[in-house]
Design a protein around this ligand. Structure first.
Ligand code: R5P
Length: 291
């Protein structure tokens, strides 16, 4: 497969190091400083080798800053090789994959063009919000799933008659896959999001989940609104303990506190975004996708 270099972006340092180790690749740290006006200045601490260069950076908040840093690193890497793979463990803007209201811009299509123009030959993402987003890429775009890793984590927890729950019908394929690997059943709630205010409501009717321990499976938690509404609804139906498994825990502001207050026992996420809940490592699934 030849020489591989791994450029570690600001948001994904630990993960990039693990991936480099698994691939026996040259690890290239970066140093990022910010000017008083917010501009980033990035320095590669080693020269990449010709061959495959992975540029690893989640575009988590601050999304636009981290995206521009990613584009800058890709553009710099392109000077050394034509085989630039952008590894974007959490892909911001993936939820903007269609116009919901008239006049809305599908910004993921702009992100796709920018990544291509900067010099990426391929992108690799983990559990992207929906596969629709990948259709905007003219370069190869691969989605890897963290579900097996999350399932392994939950297999170590003692649960009573577990049931997997998707907070909305859009995520039911994800919950179904989780349930299959966990060897249990699943349900999907019906969620309505007001496209103007962003507020969510659960529209499901009563269900029989009495005393069953639940795992709410979602791709991401941002404000926590979806998980909070789902938890409040499920608690009212008499559920047992509620856990959350998600790939990307952004957890804006007091989201974590509010989710716990609603009745969630534990949130488990992956290290696509660092934080207290990031207990599942996705370095080997990403490394395997390169081999
Ligand atoms: C929505 O369809 C997504 O899968 C997530 O459920 C949602 O984006 C999470 O956002 P929030 O935590 O703000 O409700």
């Amino acid at each position: 497969m030849g020489k591989i270099s791994v450029i570690s972006g600001n948001t994904s340092k630990g993960l990039a190091r693990r991936i480099a180790k698994k691939l026996n690749a040259t690890f290239i740290p970066t140093e990022t400083t910010n000017f008083p006006d917010g501009e980033s200045k990035i320095t590669l601490k080693k020269i990449p080798k010709k061959g495959i260069i992975l540029v690893i950076q989640s575009t988590s908040p601050p999304v636009d800053t981290n995206l521009l840093q990613l584009l800058s690193m890709i553009s710099q890497a392109r000077k050394f090789s034509s085989k630039i793979y952008a590894v974007i463990p959490y892909m911001g803007y993936a939820r903007q994959d269609r116009s919901f209201l008239g006049g809305e811009i599908v910004t993921i299509s702009v992100v796709a063009k920018m990544l291509e123009t900067a010099g990426a030959k391929k992108i690799i993402v983990v559990d992207i919000h929906s596969k629709t987003a990948l259709k905007y890429f003219k370069i190869e775009a691969e989605n890897v799933s963290a579900i097996p890793k999350l399932v392994n984590y939950f297999k170590k927890i003692k649960l009573k008659n577990p049931l997997i729950v998707s907070p909305d019908t859009g995520g039911s394929a994800r919950a179904k896959e989780f349930a299959k690997q966990f060897n249990t059943d699943f349900i999907s709630l019906k969620k309505h999001r007001n496209r103007k205010t962003g507020k969510v409501k659960i529209q499901s009717s009563k269900m029989n989940i009495k005393n069953r321990d639940l795992i709410l499976v979602d791709d991401m938690i941002s404000s926590g609104g979806s998980i909070i509404k789902a938890t409040q609804f499920l608690k009212k139906q008499g559920s047992g303990k509620i856990f959350v498994a998600c790939s990307h825990a952004i957890l804006i502001g007091d989201a974590e506190k509010n989710i716990r207050k609603a009745g969630v026992k534990e949130i488990i996420s992956t290290n696509t975004i660092l934080g207290r809940t990031a207990k599942v490592d996705v370095s080997d699934i990403i490394a395997k996708s390169i081999k």
